[in-house]
Design a protein around this ligand. Structure first.
Ligand code: ADP
Ligand code: ZN
Length: 748
């Protein structure tokens, strides 16, 4: 990556370059009329004439002159308090260039929709205030005679010391707004208005916490971060700390130093980790100055939080991916927790990776970036080797708690001994029983929801497949439904085979729902909880399930990757991984890396209290390199092996990769378009870059649209972007959609 400098406006600037809220990948020049000079800045939201009407746009640059002969004037500035800070406009430009998307798409990503639309007003609190020095001895009796309600209001205000919030007042005396307004007209009462923030935590109390005394390792890591924060040039630090090593405490103390220096901090966490538990840790330490941006906020709350940050009233921002664009004033620190998480990559335009863009924003604003993980991505590890990032290590758990004991169960021999494949090994069953008897808790992990992954007729071979997607339906027993996990299509589950009418329909494969059902039979006295995207559908479900688990009302918690990270439950002493190979043999070069990360993260949930944790790993490929390293919590060993493979094959992170996607309803057209694209591209490809394809994607069809791809190896996006851009612009989007995914995560 290279980091171009932000475009500084030139002196005497009179021309605004504007991206309009339309799908046009262009900047338009407008003259800034005298009256607006100096006020129209990079990031301003302006009204401009466009075609026969007016449009809202964002100023992405301000320059002295234009090559366009006749310029139209900017009409006006819209909501001056809501412009995008200049440094973010520079970041949007970088995103558009690197991820090869339209400028306005990148600019749009920076501002929450509710702020962008500008239709929401601030919440107003109205207070009724009694005029001071009134001669109440005269006024009240007069009022009592002709206007009882008015008199009641005045008396209530006297009782309350002269002022009261309007709604409350009207409620107390059971009067209408008109009565109060009457009093205001008479000059007896004044009505004051003030803007107030909606408080997403209004009904929450968080206990304040104080900084802990750091371990020697934590102190060393913090020292590294602080050195960077005071150095002339800030660094990116990869903090590799095993699960439970106290990374969060290092973040918290680094953030405290950042605030002391008068600078602001952003903390990114995967959406999945935005649990009440996480929020409490930040709010407990920093209180009101923390703004937590999560998907559960209402529009109004989101709007107010944005304003709070923009106005400098909130100086620490915690949130998922898009919190990276929080309009903080003087950025000093960005923390990206669980930096290896794939959810940092957005799967729609702009297809940015928040972790990588965090590094870019850090370099634009000279802020220190801390990337934390127990299982860092190969990308970040590689950047350390290349000298771009600095590595910092927390090698052991706080208080030298031991890492959980991992035990592998070879499910092949289990199947051999018990005459067929099993879901629970005898060992896991025994371990669960004993754990429950000791009054301790169990987590069971399987990364697939639903009951069965296939519905198969054993007589005619009929398999229920989604007509719109190239995948089979997943059977959800409780709801008696078949659900396509790609497009969400739902069917009632048939009782007979739709193919031959036979009643012997079999459901094969595994899902969390089935694990729950089996557990119910094996451990009838245990209380069970399940956490996956089927059960966590309401805003509150997550919190409730976790609270029950924490309080011990749930003894066995079953879940998908939702339960893999961030949870800290001291009484969990056993983690069972039902099928460790799931996901390992996918046609994706990152399958091994992902499985390693998931296994280590899940294992890290065990033994976070006094007692040592145990992890039972069931697998059909116990010899696999990934499993072997995961069993020993050996990230460096895994890194060596995996990097060797990537180097041999010149795969990321050794080189950068990009994938061109083509999608449409007519398969021939999709294939032809991809082929024609490749023919146009080949002659202009930079030397050293390879194009492979076009081929149908592994998941060849989703929602009735066929998918083809061309993969580009060994790319430099800032060089390739200008080559791809005109070719992409030539596509007729109605027929076949074409786009590029730079540094892709999903190759399916
Ligand atoms: P990680 O994020 O690395 O998995 P956490 O930050 O969650 O680890 O820390 C694990 C536990 O250790 C938490 O309960 C935390 O409060 C505690 N902890 C962290 N640092 C210290 C310390 N220096 N002294 C005592 N307890 C600590
Ligand atoms: Zn489907």
């Amino acid at each position: 990556m290279t980091f171009p400098n932000a475009n500084k406006p030139e002196p005497g600037a009179a021309v605004a370059k504007v991206v309009v809220n339309l799908s046009l990948d262009r900047e338009f020049d407008y003259r800034i009329p005298e009256r607006l000079r100096g006020r129209v800045r990079i990031g301003s939201r302006v009204f401009v004439p466009f075609g026969h009407g007016e449009r809202i746009g964002y100023v992405v640059n301000v320059v002295a002159t234009s090559t366009v002969p006749l310029l139209k004037d900017v009409i006006r500035i819209e909501n001056e308090g809501e412009q995008i800070p200049e440094n973010l406009v520079a970041l949007a430009r970088w995103i558009a260039d690197y991820y090869c998307c339209a400028r306005e798409v990148a600019v749009r990503a920076l501002i929450p929709a509710v702020v962008r639309k500008g239709t929401l007003l601030r919440k107003v609190r109205r207070t009724a205030v009694l005029k001071p020095d009134l001669n109440l001895g005269e006024i009240l009796p007069a009022l009592e005679k002709k206007a009882k309600k008015r008199a009641a209001i005045v008396r209530e205000l006297v009782r309350l010391g002269g002022r009261c919030e309007v709604q409350k007042l009207l409620h107390l005396v059971k009067a209408g707004a008109a009565t109060l307004e009457g009093l205001a007209e008479k000059g007896l009462v004044t009505l004051e208005q003030e803007n107030v923030d909606r408080d997403p935590f209004a009904n929450d109390t968080v206990l304040p916490t104080v900084p802990l005394t750091l371990t020697a390792d934590q102190a060393r890591a913090l020292e590294q971060v602080m050195t960077s924060m005071t150095a002339p040039k800030a660094q990116t630090i990869l903090l590799h700390g095993v699960t439970g090593s106290g990374k969060t405490e290092v973040y918290l103390q680094a953030m405290a130093h950042c605030l002391e220096q008068g600078r602001d901090a952003i903390v990114l966490v995967p959406e999945i980790a935005l649990t009440p538990q996480t929020m409490e840790r930040f709010r407990g330490r920093f209180g009101e100055t923390v703004s937590v941006l999560h998907s559960g906020l209402s529009d109004g709350e989101r709007y107010d939080e944005w304003r709070r940050i923009r106005d400098g009233r909130a100086r620490i921002v915690v949130g998922a991916r898009s919190a990276l664009f929080a309009p903080v004033g003087r950025l000093g620190l960005i923390v990206v927790d669980e930096e290896h998480e794939t959810t940092y990559k957005q799967d729609e335009a702009p297809r940015y990776n928040a972790r990588d863009v965090a590094v870019v924003r850090g370099s634009f604003e000279n802020a220190t970036v801390v990337l934390g993980s127990a299982t860092p991505s190969l990308e970040s590890a590689w950047n350390c080797r290349a000298g771009k990032y600095v590595m910092s290590v927390l090698p052991s758990r706080v208080d030298n708690q031991v890492m959980p004991v991992m035990e592998v169960i070879d499910m092949r021999s289990e199947a051999m001994q018990r005459g067929g494949p099993q879901i629970f090994s005898r060992r896991l069953e025994t371990e669960i029983k004993e754990t429950l008897e000791r009054g301790e808790q169990v987590i069971l992990f399987l990364n697939r929801r639903g009951y069965a992954s296939q519905m198969l007729c054993t007589k005619c071979g009929y398999v229920a497949e989604c007509p719109d997607c190239s995948t089979t339906y997943t059977y959800h027993k409780h709801r008696a439904e078949l659900i396509c996990h790609l497009c969400g299509r739902v069917l009632p589950a048939p009782k007979k085979c739709p193919g031959c009418g036979d009643e012997k329909i079999r459901f094969s494969g595994l899902g969390t729902e089935k694990i729950e059902a089996i557990c119910g039979r094996l451990f009838p006295h245990a209380s069970l909880g399940r956490m996956d995207s089927d059960t966590m559908t309401t805003k509150d479900a997550y919190r409730r399930t976790l609270n029950s688990f924490r309080a011990g009302r749930i003894q066995i918690l079953i879940g998908t990757q939702m339960i893999a990270k961030g949870l800290h439950f001291p009484n969990v002493t056993l983690v069972g991984i039902i099928f460790a190979d799931m996901g390992l043999h996918m046609p994706d070069f990152r399958a091994g890396e992902r499985t390693f990360q998931l296994l280590v993260q899940v294992a890290g949930r065990a033994g976070r209290g006094e007692a040592t944790g145990r992890v039972v790993v069931q697998t059909y490929t116990p010899f696999h390199m990934v499993l072997q390293h995961a069993l020993r919590h050996d990230w460096p060993g895994f890194l060596e092996d995996e990097l060797a493979t990537r180097q041999a094959l010149l795969l990321p992170p050794v080189t950068h990769m990009a994938v061109l996607h083509f999608r449409g309803e007519n398969e021939t057209k999709v294939a032809d378009t991809a082929l024609a694209f490749l023919e146009a591209l080949r002659p202009v490809l930079p030397a050293g870059t390879d194009a492979i394809g076009p081929t149908p994607c592994t998941i060849a069809k989703v929602r009735g649209r066929f998918r083809y791809q061309i993969s580009l190896r060994n790319v430099n996006m800032l060089r390739l972007g200008p080559i791809l851009r005109p070719l992409l612009a030539r596509q007729d989007r109605n027929e076949v959609e074409a786009y590029v995914d730079a540094d892709p995560y999903s190759l399916m």
